[in-house]
Ligand binder design. Structure first.
Ligand SMILES: [Zn+2]
Length: 225
């Protein structure tokens, strides 16, 4: 596998049981974790099981989580391989699994699921989709484009990605401010500390315009780019 961040020809394996990640790029030093599951369907699914819940949250909040590859396969063939850049991770997409039962070897251990379905399309970069390999140059271009969504502060990241996900859910290319306001209750539930949801939504729309993901076409009207 090539490096989808910088295009280097091959990724290297970390030694077994390295807790940080599975692969790294010798050129750009990016880290990658691989999660895979056998699946006969063409879809990649909405969640994928990962390791310890607490470790995952710690890595995200300290901005040290690796990029993630999600792979589905059947009969020794890859059906889907998707890259989720590490700057798309927020604690709100990490779901806590019930603690392991008393009889289990690691009783009380709490694992997590990653809600990959919650991630905006810009952060779901297919390398193989429905058994067809995408162009390497296209993958790298999509990764580079996604970098403009990178924020240093996690609370800002959450807002930006949550509003972008709402835009993804509107099926048409053009949309109005009222269509985004329709998600206000949902966004309020995700950000209970904020009492000015509509102001915050408009601010995020401006940011997404400045970053080249949408354009303003008329008063209260927008188009996806
Ligand atoms: Zn690289």
């Amino acid at each position: 596998m090539y490096c989808p961040v910088c295009g280097a020809k091959i990724l290297s394996h970390y030694s077994a049981n390295k807790p940080v990640a599975d692969f790294f790029c010798d050129d750009c030093r990016s880290d990658f974790e691989l999660k895979s599951r056998e699946s006969k369907t063409a879809h990649i699914g909405r969640t994928i099981a990962d390791g310890a819940y607490r470790t995952m949250i710690e890595r995200i909040t300290s901005l040290r989580n690796p990029n993630l590859f999600v792979m589905t396969y059947s009969n020794w063939a890859v059906n889907n391989l998707m890259l989720i850049p590490n700057h798309f991770f927020t604690p709100s997409i990490i779901e806590k699994r019930p603690p392991l039962k008393d009889k289990a070897k690691r009783a009380g251990w709490v694992g997590c699921n990653i809600g990959i379905g919650e991630i905006p399309d810009s952060g779901r970069i297919f390398i193989v989709k429905n058994s067809i390999q995408e162009d390497k140059s296209k993958v790298i271009e999509l990764y580079q484009r996604s970098l403009s969504l990178k924020t240093e502060r996690l609370d800002r990241r959450g807002w930006l990605l949550d509003v972008l996900k709402c835009i993804d859910r509107i099926p048409t290319n053009s949309f109005t401010l009222n269509q985004i306001y329709a998600f206000a209750d949902e966004l309020q539930a995700k950000h209970p500390g904020n009492n000015f949801i509509k102001d915050k939504i408009r601010q995020q729309l401006q940011l997404l315009r400045d970053k080249g993901f949408i354009e303003f076409t008329a008063r209260g009207e927008y188009r996806k780019i």
